[in-house]
Write a protein that binds this ligand. Structure first.
Ligand SMILES: Cc1cc2nc3c(=O)[nH]c(=O)nc-3n(C[C@H](O)[C@H](O)[C@H](O)COP(=O)(O)OP(=O)(O)OC[C@H]3O[C@@H](n4cnc5c(N)ncnc54)[C@H](O)[C@@H]3O)c2cc1C
Length: 501
């Protein structure tokens, strides 16, 4: 114990820096495994935060930790999908989550983040708000202590593992590892405000879509506008423009408010939503320098999760998804070492690759989208029209869909037989097993489907996340995974998903 705040322990198993979605979720996951966790948050919650639109991937994780019902009961706006008008004059493309049975929410972050942080406390996490982490001490390359500061003074807490979920400030990457790299091609500035008395978005068939995320490209190719309907009856409206266009435009328009209005006027869909609306505040909010990724996300005794690791761009609403994925991977890989699932080095390598893979995937899709936005008069995304944008989104689908694992689905015996016999044709020479044997093994998996819920990621180095309460950790790839991985490698994944639907 220390004299400044006797409630803050001088030693714990895991220290988490930051009480945003990445910090709270990783702390919740660890506490539910019986791990001692101290979470330090510099602000007093509820606190304002941008990042309101979630992807369907959040739902199964909230369900896994026991928070889904509470989030659903809160009354946040349900999000069935997203409209993207990538070119003015062309139809808006729809990404329809409900096609695969998914949905998500638009959340008021002060309320959502507060709910997560309170739940962390309920799960046994020692949460210290208004307590800022000022420094991290290392023994060699391994962090061992944090120095925290409250209104009454400073103290130190030692730990076995550190999770840096400090968001944009990214203590480890920016101050100690110095490996944060900014993405110049995505050097955008965002301007935002909230509006009252707005109208719902009307799609190209004149049907009102009150719950969808809305993206509309600016006709001059300088950027795009978002509209997110929130359950507190306000509409979050933001303009995203490249740094270079921003500087020149700010000079022309004189103020951020005038610039923000100018870009909204260039967006017919969103202007129509705001035709009778009034802004909640006279001052617009500004975000910049938010597109960056660290070179690595883990090492001996530490994991970096959420915005502390990196953020790409708001266009596909991937921030909370990445925060949750980082939290899951950080917690699972720490548990994997504590439970001797694998060596510490294997565990932190898993985290590194899991996070890197997800950033690469999103960066590729986001870069394609910006290519189209900035070249309004050319076709950049060949073969992808506004209407079938769903196809482009399918590139990301494995990690943003409603499911964490295909294995969770009820699969009929007939489908299993069909799938396995097809797979077996390809695989039998690689596996010394009979088709019938495979069927019985897969049926056994079906029977135990609750136990085998697994990764939101692909298997990495032969391991995947064992998402099971009391058993959270890493598991070696089993027969089913090896089989599906190899089938995927053979390019027949589409057939598999078609027959299992
Ligand atoms: C313009 C814009 C629009 C966005 N829109 C979306 C969207 O629609 N959907 C979406 O999913 N994402 C969106 N995002 C991204 C989203 O805001 C973030 O990805 C998300 O908040 C990351 O969560 P986190 O827990 O990693 O970090 P944060 O939510 O930022 O939490 C970090 C916490 O750490 C605390 N902290 C920082 N330093 C310290 C310290 N030294 N000691 C103690 N505590 C500390 C902070 O107070 C904070 O509470 C958007 C981002 C921007 C810039």
């Amino acid at each position: 114990m220390n004299s400044v705040n006797p409630k803050i322990p001088s030693k714990t198993s895991v220290v988490v820096i930051g009480g945003g979605p990445a910090g709270s979720l990783s702390a919740i996951l660890l506490a539910r495994e019986g791990v001692d966790v101290c979470l330090f948050e510099k602000a007093k919650f509820p606190r304002y935060h941008i990042g309101e639109s979630m992807l369907p991937s959040a739902i199964p994780l909230l369900d896994f930790v026991g928070l889904k019902a509470r989030v659903e009961a809160h009354g946040f706006t349900k999000k069935p999908g997203a409209y993207f008008r990538r070119e003015q004059g062309s139809p808006a493309g729809l990404i329809d989550f409900t096609k695969s049975g998914g949905y998500s929410y638009h959340v008021v972050r002060s309320e959502f983040d507060h709910m997560l942080l309170d739940y962390a406390r309920e799960m046994g996490v020692e949460v210290f708000e208004e307590t800022s982490i000022k420094a991290v001490d290392f023994l060699g390359k391994r962090p061992i202590n944090v120095t925290w500061e409250t209104a009454s003074g400073q103290g130190k807490t030692g730990f076995n593992y550190l999770i840096d979920a400090s968001g944009l400030s990214g203590i480890l990457a920016s101050r100690y590892l110095k490996n944060r790299q900014f993405q110049d091609h995505l050097a955008n500035i965002a301007l935002g405000n909230y509006w009252k008395n707005h109208r719902p978005f009307m799609n190209d068939h004149d049907i009102g879509c009150p719950g969808h995320f809305n993206m509309e490209a600016l006709a001059d190719g300088s950027g795009w506008v978002w509209a997110i309907p929130l359950h507190n009856q306000t509409l979050s409206v933001g303009v995203v423009i490249h740094r270079d266009c921003y500087k020149a435009a700010l000079q022309r328009h004189g103020s951020h408010e005038a610039l923000y209005r100018h870009y909204i006027e260039m967006s017919p869909d969103i202007s129509a939503m705001l035709s009778e609306a009034t802004p909640v505040s006279q001052e617009v909010k500004i975000w910049q320098d938010y597109s960056y990724v660290a070179e690595s996300f883990s090492g001996s005794g530490y994991r970096i999760a959420g915005d502390a690791a990196g953020f790409i761009d708001p266009i596909f609403s991937t921030g909370i998804h990445m925060a949750f994925l980082g939290a899951l991977s950080a917690a699972a890989t720490i548990c994997a070492t504590l439970k001797n699932d694998c060596s510490e080095e294997e565990a932190h390598r898993y985290h590194d690759q899991c996070i890197r893979q997800a950033y690469i995937r999103f960066t590729a899709v986001v870069a394609g989208m910006y290519g189209q936005i900035r070249n309004q008069d050319k076709i950049v995304l060949h073969g992808i029209t506004g209407q079938d944008l769903q196809l482009a989104f399918d590139v990301m689908q494995p990690i943003v869909s409603k499911k964490l694992d295909d294995n969770q689905d009820e699969i009929s015996t007939e489908t299993l037989n069909k799938t396995v016999r097809y797979a077996a044709d390809i695989m039998l020479e690689l596996h010394d097993i009979s088709t019938d044997n495979l069927v019985s093994k897969l049926m056994a998996k079906k029977a135990h489907k609750k136990e085998i819920i697994s990764d939101s990621t692909n298997a990495i180095e032969g391991k995947f996340i064992r998402l099971q309460r009391g058993q959270l950790g890493l598991e070696k790839i089993g027969l089913w995974r090896e089989l599906t991985n190899r089938i995927e490698a053979q390019g027949v994944k589409l057939l598999l998903s078609a027959v299992s639907r």
